[in-house]
Design a protein. Structure first.
Length: 374
């Protein structure tokens, strides 16, 4: 048997139909470049913006980089990748223009780097479960809860984890009783942040300073999600992040060093361009300059948040620290970015886990994941 066949095969899945397609491509290039190719046989599985799956060689994935201030994007292909369930697990095949199937080989573990809806929300995780595919990261329920900021806050509050004041604008309510929707927001204190309830990467998010701009902000968020969440801002608070990693031996998850985002612009809004085309827009302090007691509190809440939604593998937990020193959980991200500017790998590097070690640990966690109910 050849060495290629004895190495576990890792399918790096990326792209997708969501508005975060381009970010996912960039993440895939970073992660694939960190995988030990002597230890693993790696294949890229790209999903175009139209939803077609295609097999990509590793070098083609590595070439997906920022060019001329633009994020990468997958092009269409005439050959489709097909995931099928075999007798011992899942297998990957390619269907050409004649509809003939050519076998690529087994998939030992899928490393899904899809951000946003139809990738980070439990949908592809459900596909993997049905196809008998081991995979990296959160399962179906944890992914869905982590993606929907409304239900995430309900679960966290039900677990006695502090969250901020918010209101939800459902698509039915906005269509049938806009006045009632706006009245639900009225008890919140401005400024507010208006967000797609199931989005990420700061796309479609607006900071609103007065009621006259609220409807326009909700309409903008609707371009990304028919369900909208309105959150009360924490004026003067610091925005900090903490990474969480599951232990390979099944022990208590581990929390990373704390990181802080400090914006250079006047709005203080960590928007899409600041995240992925940063240049001189932000300072990313790892570790953050905070009191040890506050750092311990953030780490404790990060692990509790991870466990509250039943997360697996990895997550990034974002918090606010008020001027009075109160820690409030903003959200959990079950598939944080892995670009060179991303906080998650930087926090773990500061915690003694290098980028390649981090990727390897996640793959090993995925390979050890049992199939079926857990």
């Amino acid at each position: 048997m050849s060495d290629v066949l004895t190495r576990p095969r890792v399918a790096v899945v990326f792209g997708g139909v969501s508005s975060e397609h381009n970010v996912s491509c960039l993440t895939a290039a970073g992660v694939l470049g960190a995988i030990d190719r002597d230890a693993y046989d790696v294949i890229g599985v790209g999903i175009t913006k139209t939803g077609r799956w295609l097999v990509m060689e590793p070098d083609a994935v590595l070439a997906l980089q920022v060019s001329d201030h633009r994020l990468p994007e997958l092009t269409e292909s005439t050959a489709d990748a097909v995931l099928v369930r075999g007798t011992t697990g899942s297998e990957l095949a390619v269907r050409d223009e004649s509809s003939a199937l050519a076998k690529v080989g087994p998939v030992d573990v899928a490393f899904s780097l899809l951000h946003g809806p139809f990738g980070e929300d439990g949908t592809i995780q459900g596909l993997f479960e049905m196809m008998g595919t081991r995979y990296v990261g959160a399962g179906v329920l944890a992914s869905a809860v982590g993606m929907d900021k409304h239900y995430m806050k309900l679960v966290l509050a039900g677990s006695a984890i502090p969250v901020g004041p918010y209101a939800v604008v459902t698509p039915h309510q906005w269509r049938t009783d806009r006045v009632a929707a706006l009245e639900a927001v009225a008890p919140l204190t401005y400024p507010l942040y208006v967000k797609p309830a199931r989005g990420g990467s700061s796309l479609g998010i607006s900071k609103v300073d007065d009621p006259s701009k609220l409807e326009a902000a909700i309409e903008q968020a609707h371009e990304f999600d028919p369900k909208v969440i309105v959150e009360q801002a924490f004026v003067g608070a610091r925005e900090l992040e903490c990474g969480v990693l599951a232990e390979v031996d099944g022990g208590t998850p581990r929390a990373s060093k704390i990181a802080e985002i400090r914006m250079h612009n006047e709005s203080g809004f960590y928007d899409f361009e600041a995240k992925y085309l940063p240049e001189e827009q932000v300072d990313l302090d790892v570790p953050a300059d905070i009191e040890p007691a506050i750092a311990e509190e953030i780490q404790r809440l990060a692990i509790e948040t991870f466990e509250a939604i039943g997360c697996e593998g990895l997550a990034r937990v974002d918090v606010f620290v008020t001027p009075e020193g109160r820690v409030v959980v903003n959200e959990i991200n079950t598939m944080p970015g892995f670009t060179e500017h991303s906080m998650f790998p930087r926090m773990w590097a500061a915690s003694g886990v290098s980028y390649p070690e981090l990727v390897d640990r996640l793959i090993r966690l995925g390979l050890e994941r049992p199939l079926g109910l857990r």
